[in-house]
Design a protein. Structure first.
Length: 202
């Protein structure tokens, strides 16, 4: 999915079970309801392509509860629970919906699962490690510092949230690089060269 599809939080409409069904992007505001289920699927995928028919079948067989839970969140359809129940006897439609859900939310499912770092047993190091651990609020604060509001962040698709975070990190890194260059110019360049450098920035 392209950047504008993600940024504008678009959805995809497909036909399954004789009805038009809207498949939506996962949002940040209910990340606690879907992220853990998606992570289990990412672990099982282990970097493999979900475009492979056999892999989709494996996901549906080994993690049916997680797949159904994510479909309930992603699909816009009256009586979505009844729809998912009907899909049990329509495997072709089920695989189509699962594949579309994963495509629409490629920002989630293309992410490689990262194993958590082993816990440090030393109590002193453990306390320091806990202090250094990032929470979702650290990510939110970075975006807020860049001008986003809390309510905007909550309504972002996960793909947009992730893209904005990457852009914010890049902007911070670029700023640090500019400061490092300026400091080096200021300490090592002649007065004439430094004045010329400052002139280029204006």
């Amino acid at each position: 999915m392209n950047d504008f599809f993600i940024a504008s939080n678009r959805s995809v409409c497909i036909e399954a079970l004789g009805s038009k069904i809207q498949v939506n992007q996962f949002l940040v505001h209910n990340i606690d309801l879907w992220y853990a289920h998606a992570e289990m699927i990412r672990i099982l995928l282990d970097g493999r392509s979900y475009s492979d028919h056999a892999i989709l079948i494996e996901l549906c067989k080994k993690l049916p509860d997680q797949v159904n839970h994510l479909l309930m969140i992603a699909l816009s359809f009256d009586s979505v629970e009844m729809l998912i129940d009907q899909l049990k006897t329509h495997p072709t439609d089920l695989l189509l919906l699962v594949h579309t859900m994963m495509q629409v939310n490629s920002a989630v499912f293309d992410e490689l699962y990262k194993k958590p770092k082993p816990t440090i047993k030393n109590n002193k190091n453990l306390k320091n490690n806990e202090k250094d651990q990032k929470t979702w609020f650290n990510h939110f604060q970075l975006l807020i510092a860049m001008g986003h509001t809390h309510s905007e962040i909550m309504q972002m698709s996960y793909g947009a949230f992730k893209a904005y975070l990457d852009a914010a990190h890049k902007a911070n890194n670029d700023q640090v690089l500019k400061m490092a260059i300026a400091m080096r110019q200021g300490s090592q360049a002649s007065a004439k060269d430094f004045k010329k450098f400052v002139g280029l920035l204006n």
